[in-house]
Write a protein that binds this ligand. Structure first.
Ligand SMILES: *[C@@H]1O[C@H](CO)[C@@H](O)[C@H](O)[C@H]1NC(C)=O
Ligand SMILES: *[C@@H]1O[C@H](CO)[C@@H](O)[C@H](O)[C@H]1NC(C)=O
Ligand SMILES: *[C@@H]1O[C@H](CO)[C@@H](O)[C@H](O)[C@H]1NC(C)=O
Ligand SMILES: *[C@@H]1O[C@H](CO)[C@@H](O)[C@H](O)[C@H]1NC(C)=O
Ligand SMILES: *[C@@H]1O[C@H](CO)[C@@H](O)[C@H](O)[C@H]1NC(C)=O
Ligand SMILES: *[C@@H]1O[C@H](CO)[C@@H](O)[C@H](O)[C@H]1NC(C)=O
Ligand SMILES: *[C@@H]1O[C@H](CO)[C@@H](O)[C@H](O)[C@H]1NC(C)=O
Ligand SMILES: *[C@@H]1O[C@H](CO)[C@@H](O)[C@H](O)[C@H]1NC(C)=O
Ligand SMILES: *[C@@H]1O[C@H](CO)[C@@H](O)[C@H](O)[C@H]1NC(C)=O
Length: 500
């Protein structure tokens, strides 16, 4: 053997002994022509282009099941088939696409990269130290060996097949509590639906260790403070490889998975632990005006009495009233058009706009029936709490021992005839001047009566609600304004300063 052959053999051996396939400067990937990805030496994880809809996203997935565990720039649209990923000669990891031009996937410039067997894709500097890693930028998943540091969040994906930002977050809070919230809420305790529960004086992290123990650890000394879940293997079996994964799934549930691989293939995926266990506890699971209940051990969502699905193709929009509200005069409802339905063991997350004096259940029904603003009520401990729609976080918990009686106002006249051909209010209903006072500053010299102005302000406040689905449709705005001289618009929740 010549010297050259010996060197080659040595390099060849080192390559396999080190077990790591480094990506060198100048290497690139394409979505459809191999190489389309860089894989780990275990052959279980790959970094590169994966298919979404008619295009491609850049991410990391488990090769056998194609389960995506990380996505770069998750909210950017998929790229076309003639895009490239390159670790450039200058050490920059870039995605080139028709839509986005040249985009950096990682901020620092490295001198090599590697898809590690843990599922971590890393960039190295000249002294082979890790200077950037996907483990520091989790999307909806942490893997064995990965940490969710203080103030970081996992954000659920929109769907199992679409990894853009979804509807929930799980945050490792600075107070040491790990908490799940409906996303796009203010993150108050009322918006939280699960918490590890223990508040601690020092900053903590969530850590999934490489043998499947999910724990909260002390940042300063890495001591385990609380084990949330232990994966227990009774027998150590060398013919099996286990990959652990904890994911905030698209339905808002935080799940612990174990993927088992035998030499030939991925033989099983098991869900070993879930929080919350009951999907009905996930706030916003059913959408507005829809309640969650258990049917044969499966969660099911149903519209509140008097409402129907707004759009059966987009059920997350929730339900809307399906009866006409005409007939209100001076704040008093024409009760011939409405009934009151009652339900037990219902709860929801809103605050009442009015709590009436102690009264009987029958008087509470009457009070809601006659009040134009009242669309639902709770009767509890002789008090009558009145609410306007929409209601959020509605749940029916049949196992609850006691609960308030819920009342729902159900209209009897169909809204179906209102098909968008309602005449515009400024044409059919000129604003009536009734008094000369509630107002010249606000309305710029035009004189309008107090009720009209009040209603217009309320409509305007409804239109600037933070949650887009609380904002009325243009059609409802027209309806609200049309009825402006004789119908009271319900009082909107307070918008936050940010939306003003
Ligand atoms: C990339 O592909 C799109 C359609 O897939 C095509 O319209 C475009 O011309 C291609 N661009 C290049 C630079 O090949
Ligand atoms: C590589 O990164 C490590 C850690 O950040 C740093 O200490 C070291 O100086 C870097 N080496 C070079 C050559 O930049
Ligand atoms: C993972 O955590 C468990 C429980 O704390 C511990 O027994 C085990 O040794 C840890 N595994 C590793 C590789 O650190
Ligand atoms: C975390 O570690 C620090 C430093 O060792 C220690 O002072 C502190 O008490 C620990 N916190 C908890 C909650 O164990
Ligand atoms: C997890 O495993 C460790 C080590 O085996 C053990 O000390 C601990 O009690 C276990 N915790 C739970 C919650 O099962
Ligand atoms: C190890 O796993 C293989 C494949 O699942 C199985 O056939 C074998 O019986 C296992 N061995 C032990 C000791 O459990
Ligand atoms: C309620 O509506 C009915 C039918 O339109 C009408 O006859 C009745 O006068 C109305 N009642 C009130 C109090 O407005
Ligand atoms: C509203 O929808 C419910 C359930 O689909 C239906 O029973 C009821 O008749 C509808 N009401 C009106 C006024 O259309
Ligand atoms: C909407 O309703 C009006 C009155 O009920 C009717 O004349 C019109 O044809 C309807 N338009 C459509 C598009 O259905």
């Amino acid at each position: 053997m010549g010297f050259r052959s010996v060197v080659f053999l040595l390099i060849f051996l080192l390559y396999f002994v080190s077990g790591e396939r480094k990506v060198q400067l100048g290497q690139s990937l394409l979505p459809t022509t191999p190489p389309t990805s860089w894989s780990s030496s275990s052959g279980l994880f790959a970094f590169g282009f994966y298919q979404q809809d008619n295009g491609f996203k850049v991410g990391i997935w488990l090769i056998p099941s194609k389960k995506v565990v990380w996505t770069a720039k998750r909210d950017d649209p998929p790229v076309t088939g003639n895009s490239t990923i390159e670790l450039t000669r200058e050490g920059k990891l870039v995605l080139r696409s028709e839509q986005g031009g040249e985009q950096l996937i990682a901020n620092p410039s490295g001198s090599a990269a590697s898809m590690l067997s843990s599922g971590n894709f890393v960039l190295y500097n000249e002294t082979s130290e890790i200077i950037w890693q996907t483990f520091d930028h989790p999307t909806d998943t942490i893997l064995g060996g990965q940490t969710l540091s203080t103030d970081m969040s996992l954000i659920s994906s929109l769907l199992d097949t679409d990894h853009s930002t979804g509807r929930y977050r799980l945050t490792m809070q600075g107070d040491g509590n790990l908490v799940s919230y409906a996303l796009n809420t203010e993150g108050t305790p009322a918006d939280a639906y699960w918490a590890s529960g223990i508040v601690r004086p020092n900053p903590c992290s969530l850590y999934l260790n490489s043998t499947g123990s999910l724990a909260i650890i002390n940042n300063s000394n890495s001591y385990t403070l609380e084990i949330l879940y232990n994966y227990s293997t009774s027998v150590f079996n060398t013919s099996k490889t286990l990959i652990y994964r904890a994911t905030l799934d698209s339905d808002g549930i935080f799940n612990f998975y174990c993927h088992t691989f035998t030499r030939s293939d991925e033989s099983s995926i098991s869900v070993d632990w879930s929080r919350p266990k009951n999907p009905c506890e996930v706030k916003g699971f059913c959408g507005l005006n829809r309640f969650c209940t258990f049917d044969d051990d499966k969660p099911s969502c149903r519209c509140l009495p008097g409402t129907n699905l707004i759009d059966s193709n987009r059920i997350s929009l929730g339900c809307g009233r399906n009866s006409s509200r005409e007939g209100c005069r001076g704040g008093v409802e024409n009760t011939t058009y409405f009934n009151i339905g009652t339900m037990e063991k219902m709860s929801w997350g809103d605050v009442p706009y009015y709590v009436d004096k102690p009264m009987s259940l029958e008087d509470c029904k009457k009070s809601c029936l006659e009040d134009c603003n009242c669309e639902a009520a709770q009767y509890v401990d002789s008090s009558c709490k009145k609410y306007s729609l929409p209601l959020k976080y509605v749940r029916r918990d049949l196992s609850a021992s006691s609960s308030p009686t819920a009342l729902f106002k159900v209209g009897t006249r169909s809204i179906k005839s209102d098909n968008g051909t309602v005449p515009m209010p400024w044409k059919s209903q000129p604003v009536v001047v009734k008094s000369k006072t509630a107002l010249t500053k606000l309305v710029g010299g035009e004189e309008v009566d107090k009720n009209t102005l009040e209603n217009m302000v309320k409509v305007a406040l409804w239109c600037i609600q933070d949650e887009p689905h609380l904002r009325p449709s243009m059609k409802s705005v027209v309806l609200m304004l049309e009825g402006i001289t004789d119908t009271d618009v319900s009082i909107p929740p307070c918008p936050t300063a940010a939306s003003m």
